[in-house]
Ligand binder design. Structure first.
Ligand SMILES: [Zn+2]
Length: 595
């Protein structure tokens, strides 16, 4: 296939330019054609986003028509060889033209169930997040999973998959490969081979798999051309790429390499590998920056093996707590023993505290871990603040009584009281969001509240719950908003218990301040994203990150990368594309050259 250039698309007469873009959207060339109104495009990413906007504005009927213009997966069109050239190429690459009779029958059955439920064909970008093709098993399990989706969500998911198909088709037309994105994608695969568990990704503090990850990152940093690489006293892997001159200040970046149990491959690790790729490119070109770049792969962020969340980044701000050392894991091994066994010098932990005066600040790249960027089809997001949070565990106590003989108006049911509180949290957070300037025009939430644990100890099918234990997790973009939500929720808890004749206990287990991004560093991310021709979208971080810890001593700002599958995270379905990774690398490079 002969390739075309962005310059041709930008400068040729409209009809000729449109002709270059035929076949991007299946039997629907009008989308690319209308997007030409937004010429000139600063980048291929800008063209892609212009097409996304055309379809979003077109409304439901044309969107449905576009979805219905697609062939069924491994369907009749494939068998009768009447697919478009593009579709044939994609379905062949995924091995769909090579199904066993059983697989073929199963896919036909899925096609039928799917069409009955949704009224349109199942659409999946079968070339996958790296463009090299999903295998048949991945395709079939995605098909099975998506059958359970809500119809509106599923239509949107089909459209997102169509845009991904188009992204790859456009890359092919332009003869473009996100080469560094591919490599960084592969590095994640490589690191994911180390796990505490079989058939899932679990890497907790100082296990064998964890130590292998540290070693691998250490070797990787050396290969990238960092000047100094070391594993520090708590297991962080630290790489320094030195400045052009002595006495220069240092920019710190990084993220964590531990994972939750059965987690995703990109959470944390993306923020290590993106700057590593940048250093490798700089080293290859023999370029030095006017500041030192310190990339830290934090050993522990998730608090899985020990209750010591943010241990890795905490150690850098003098917040390593000695009482952690006596904590035991599920097998009775203390953290002290684990650290000694790993060859770490516990006595050196106080020396890890950084002198903030030597630093320009901290930046962190992280997968979004939420649905916002995916829903808007925007690859990168500039973080404005990491939400402040407060957590409680509590118990409501009523009276256990016979489910058959206790009249409805004489019950002291602890579980319905917690349920009432959960509904109030949902309602109150929504009301505060509706009134907040941050979220009035945005799909992000300025505050969120969750009752994630709700347990009736020794409950029975025929007993009115006498006790109910619960957790409460409240977060907001500012401490004020968090406190206002907390105040209302605690008042409601009291009122519910008084009205229902119950009593309760409540213990605060964690409180963390909101970490607003530094204006200068945030502006650097904004310029970087803008320079790539993709929209600059701001959002708060609902999750906590290492940047939150560094925020205690130095300015920080984060960049989010869109996740696939509605941005699901802490789950093996967590995913992002090599195209988006490439954009993150390009943005990071831009920041390095403009700081
Ligand atoms: Zn993370």
């Amino acid at each position: 296939m002969s390739t075309i250039t962005l310059n041709q698309i930008n400068t040729l007469p409209r009809a000729e330019s449109a002709a270059l873009l035929t076949g991007l959207y299946e039997h629907s060339d009008w989308i690319a054609e209308q997007a030409l109104d937004a010429r000139p495009f600063a980048s291929a990413a800008a063209l892609k986003h212009a097409m996304v906007k055309v379809l979003a504005k077109a409304g439901r009927a044309p969107q449905l028509a576009l979805v219905r213009a697609h062939p069924e997966l491994a369907g009749k069109a494939m068998v009768s060889k009447s697919l478009t050239a593009e579709s044939t190429h994609e379905q062949t690459k995924a091995g769909l033209t090579n199904c066993t009779p059983e697989e073929f029958a199963h896919i036909q059955q899925l096609n039928a169930s799917y069409n009955t439920k949704f009224g349109f064909p199942f659409i999946l970008a079968v070339r996958g997040p790296r463009g090299t093709g999903l295998n048949k098993q991945q395709i079939i399990s995605t098909f099975e999973r998506r059958l359970h989706n809500h119809p509106d969500y599923e239509l949107a998911e089909c459209l997102r998959n169509i845009h991904r198909i188009v992204e790859i088709r456009l890359n092919d037309k332009l003869g473009y490969e996100p080469a560094l994105g591919h490599e960084v994608w592969d590095w994640h695969e490589w690191l994911a081979q180390f796990s505490d568990a079989h058939e899932e990704l679990t890497v907790t503090y100082l296990t064998d798999a964890h130590l292998k990850c540290a070693r691998t990152i250490e070797l990787g940093m050396k290969a990238c051309g960092f000047d100094e690489v070391r594993i520090d006293a708590v297991g962080n892997v630290v790489g320094i790429y030195k400045a052009a001159s002595h006495n220069a200040k240092t920019l710190m970046t990084g993220s964590h390499y531990d994972t939750v149990r059965n987690g995703g491959k990109y959470d944390g690790r993306l923020g290590i590998f993106v700057p590593m790729a940048c250093v490798r490119e700089l080293a290859r070109a023999g370029k030095r920056l006017p500041f030192n770049l310190e990339v830290v792969a934090f050993a522990e962020e998730e608090g899985q093996r020990y209750k010591a969340t943010f241990l890795g980044s905490g150690a850098l701000v003098g917040d390593f707590k000695n009482e952690w050392l006596d904590q035991k894991d599920a097998d009775g091994i203390t953290m002290r023993q684990a650290m000694k066994q790993a060859g770490l010098k516990i006595e050196d932990t106080p020396k890890l505290t950084r002198n903030a005066a030597e630093y320009l600040g901290f930046v962190e790249v992280h997968i979004e871990q939420g649905p916002v960027l995916n829903e808007l089809d925007i690859p990168l997001g500039v973080v404005t603040s990491i939400n402040g949070s407060v957590r409680f565990v509590g118990e409501i106590v009523g009276m256990a009584s016979h489910a058959g003989t206790t009249p409805m108006d004489r019950r002291r049911d602890a579980a319905t009281a917690v349920s009432e509180l959960a509904l109030y949290v949902e309602k109150r957070a929504a009301a505060l969001n509706a009134g907040s300037a941050d979220t009035a025009k945005s799909p992000t939430s300025a505050c969120v509240g969750t009752i994630g644990m709700l347990t009736v100890p020794n409950g029975s099918i025929n007993v009115v719950p006498g006790r109910c234990q619960f957790s409460l997790d409240l977060r907001a973009t500012t401490n004020d908003l968090r406190d206002s939500l907390m105040h209302d929720v605690l008042a409601e808890l009291k009122a519910i218990c008084e009205r229902r004749g119950l009593h309760y206990t409540l213990e605060e287990t964690m409180r963390a301040s909101a970490a607003p991004s530094d204006a200068k560093l945030q502006a650097l991310w904004e310029h970087a994203v803008q320079s790539l021709g993709v929209p600059v979208f701001h959002l708060p971080s609902g999750a906590g990150h290492d940047a939150m810890k560094l925020h205690e001593v130095m300015p920080q700002a984060m960049l989010f990368v869109r996740g696939q599958n509605a941005g699901i995270s802490h789950n093996p379905l967590e995913s992002t594309t090599s195209d988006d990774m490439q954009l993150a690398i390009d943005a990071f490079m831009h920041v390095l050259h403009n700081l």
